[in-house]
Design a protein around this ligand. Structure first.
Ligand code: FES
Length: 157
C-alpha cells in the first residue's frame, strides 16, 4: 500500500518533516497526511513512517493505537465516535449507542455496506460538560437525544 503514495504526498511530507528540529516531532502531521491519502494507517505505513522519522516501529504503533483519529482500517465517509466514559454513560451514552446502532443497522466497530457510516465507541472526547456526546469526523455534538441524532444524520445529506 505504501508504495502507492503519490509523489505530491511524499513532497508534502518532506516539507512537514523539515519544519521540526527533530524528525520524530513530525509524527502526528505525517500520519494525518498519509491517512488522508490512504484512508488508514496499516503495518506498511507504520514501518515506512518509522524509517522516515528514524524511530522504532513500536513508537509509531503506540501513536496510531492511542489516538482515535487514526484508523487502522478504512472507515466510512462519516465516522461516528461515541463517548462511553462515565460522565457520558451517566447522562445516557448507552441510549445514544443503542439508537445509533438501530438507526444505522450496524454494531460498534462496523461500517454500513454503502461505506457511508462507521460507528465507534471511544474514551472521553474532552467535552464532558455536553454529555452525552459524540464526534462525526472532526465535529463535536453534545447533549444528545435520539431526536437530535436523527436531525444530525439527516443534515449530513
Ligand atoms: S466522558 Fe464523554 S466527553 Fe468526557
Amino acid at each position: 500500500m505504501i508504495a502507492g503514495l503519490s509523489s505530491e504526498l511524499k513532497k508534502k511530507i518532506a516539507e512537514v518533516v523539515a519544519r521540526y528540529p527533530k524528525k520524530e516531532a513530525a509524527i502526528l502531521p505525517v500520519l494525518h497526511l498519509i491517512q488522508r491519502e490512504t484512508g488508514a494507517i496499516g503495518a506498511d505505513e507504520e514501518r515506512w513512517v518509522a524509517g522516515l522519522l528514524e524511530i522504532r516501529p513500536i513508537k509509531v504503533r503506540e501513536v496510531v493505537t492511542f489516538y482515535t483519529m487514526y484508523h487502522q482500517k478504512p472507515v466510512g465517509r462519516f465516522h461516528i465516535q461515541v463517548c462511553s466514559n462515565l460522565p457520558c454513560s451517566l447522562m445516557g451514552g448507552e441510549k445514544v449507542i443503542d439508537h445509533l446502532q438501530r438507526r444505522l443497522g450496524i454494531k460498534i466497530g462496523e461500517t454500513t455496506p454503502d461505506q457511508r457510516f462507521t460507528l465507534s465507541e471511544v474514551e472521553c472526547l474532552g467535552a464532558c460538560e455536553q454529555a452525552p456526546c459524540m464526534m462525526i469526523n472532526f465535529d463535536y455534538y453534545g447533549d444528545l437525544t435520539p431526536e437530535k441524532i436523527d436531525g444530525l444524520l439527516k443534515g449530513l445529506d
